[in-house]
Design a protein around this ligand. Structure first.
Ligand code: COA
Length: 164
């Protein structure tokens, strides 16, 4: 990653910048709300990492431990129902890079940071849901598909995992 980017822990004071990243990266129907992002930051403060270029927040990632949930419907409920302090699976919940900053290695750097956080938390694997278009990207990061894409809330999503 270019040295012009800095990673640091995200805090509730960063909410406005995180929302801007979310709204740039995703189509409107996939935006997390301000409230759900705020809850995510509070739930497991050590699990949120952002990237800054100068004073601008340009990318964001979030993860936290959960129980051994594998299917789309199991992974669907709100974060407070998924979060489990003793869980042995790390859910990579958010990964978003501002559109103008995509393709420069930021997403990969933040995904690797989530894997490091998961290792430090002592879980046995990292798990995530993602649309099939990102198959090549997650394979390149060492993830394996454990549930093939299925339509869920009108969007095809697969479940991916990487053992630690
Ligand atoms: C998906 C996303 C996080 C990737 O982050 P990024 O910073 O754009 O990607 P990176 O630059 O880190 O990509 C690293 C490598 O993967 C490659 N890559 C990017 N997209 C890819 C894709 N769809 N399939 C395969 N490889 C891909 C890049 O070319 C790069 O390879 P290189 O280093 O050999 O050139 C980002 O594009 C994004 O926020 N997209 C919109 C929101 C989203 O879909 N989030 C994920 C939800 S699960």
């Amino acid at each position: 990653m270019s040295s012009s980017f800095q990673l640091r822990a995200a805090t509730p004071e960063d909410l406005r910048g995180l929302l801007a990243v979310e709204q740039s990266a995703f189509p409107r129907e996939r935006w997390a709300t301000r409230e759900s992002l705020a809850r995510r930051l509070e739930l497991f403060p050590g699990g949120s990492v952002l990237a800054e270029a100068g004073a601008e927040i340009v990318a964001f990632s979030n993860g936290f431990p959960i129980r051994d949930l594998k299917t789309q419907s199991e992974l669907d409920p709100g974060d407070e129902h998924l979060f489990s302090p003793e869980g042995k699976v790390w859910l990579l919940r958010n990964l978003a890079v501002k559109q103008s900053m995509q393709g420069q290695g930021l997403g990969r750097e933040l995904a690797r940071e989530q894997i490091r956080l998961a290792q430090a938390a002592g879980v046995r694997c990292v798990r995530l849901t993602a649309p099939p278009e990102l198959s090549g990207w997650y394979t390149g990061l060492g993830f394996t598909m454990i549930r093939s894409p299925e339509a869920f809330h009108g969007l095809a999503q697969a479940v991916w995992e990487q053992a630690l």
